[in-house]
Write a protein that binds this ligand. Structure first.
Ligand code: 5RP
Length: 236
């Protein structure tokens, strides 16, 4: 008889707990957004007396952290963070990621950029060879949305404005999200550099300049630790 595979939720719980090993005692920890990070926040609450607090990448995570008694600092109050823990929608063999499924990509990139180490927590379904099967989130200034969508269409993508309750979703920063399908992002660094320059793009959900240093990957055989080289030198 073969053992039944662990449900995805259990894999998220396992990587959320495993991320505690990367939390530095006495420091402020960078905290991302999403269902996997929610598991990490639950685990972090059990050791909250050992840390000074957190810098959060979204209103949702801030509320969750505060509800569990973890102090949340504004990112401007903190010069550098030892570690940033966050999930991903896709991660490749270099630690390059697609993020923003939870619409928090801009603040996630900011907190990642001020952190010395990015630890990605993800279940096996997120591990890909080439980025692009997951619809690429791009945060845009609303007046630029159509133009940005046309630019993606010229690259062979199909773009649409993300909606909630029949209206454009509004991010924590008061902007909109365009989701792009049909792309194969074979050079994430060049892609991120190019799209970031398009007028009206706030943040593109490719995290190549702010890639992961480590990925804790939840698999049916346990948590695998993937270590990627060279991220610190890429941080811009
Ligand atoms: C939010 C994100 C999340 O990290 C990403 O969407 C993964 O979320 P989940 O852990 O719920 O699968 O980028 O903007």
């Amino acid at each position: 008889m073969t053992a039944s595979p662990l449900p995805q939720d259990e894999l998220k719980t396992q990587v959320g707990r495993a991320a505690l090993d990367y939390v530095v005692a006495g420091e402020i920890v960078g905290v991302g957004t999403g269902s996997t990070v929610n598991k990490f926040i639950e685990a972090l609450a059990t050791i909250k007396h050992t840390i000074r607090g957190a810098v959060s990448s979204s209103v949702a995570s801030t509320e969750r952290l505060r509800a569990l008694g973890i102090e949340v600092f504004d990112s401007n109050e903190v010069e550098e963070l030892a570690v940033y823990i966050d999930g991903a929608d896709e991660i490749d063999g270099h630690g390059f990621m697609i993020k923003g499924g939870g619409a928090a990509l801009t603040r996630e990139k900011i907190v990642a950029a001020q952190s010395r180490r990015f630890v990605c927590i993800a279940d096996l379904s997120k591990r890909v060879e080439v980025l692009g099967a997951f619809p690429l989130p791009v945060e845009v200034i609303p007046m630029a949305a159509r133009r940005v969508m046309r630019q993606f269409e010229r690259l062979g993508g199909l773009a649409q404005v993300r909606e909630r309750d029949g209206l454009p979703l509004v991010t924590d920063n008061g902007q909109h999200i365009v989701d792009v399908t049909g792309l194969k992002i074979t050079d994430p660094l060049a892609f991120e550099t190019e799209v970031s320059q398009w007028p009206g793009v706030v943040t593109v959900g490719v995290f190549a300049h702010q890639k992961a240093d480590v990925c804790l990957l939840g698999t049916p055989d346990g948590v695998q630790t993937l270590v990627f080289g060279g991220a610190a030198s890429l941080r811009t």
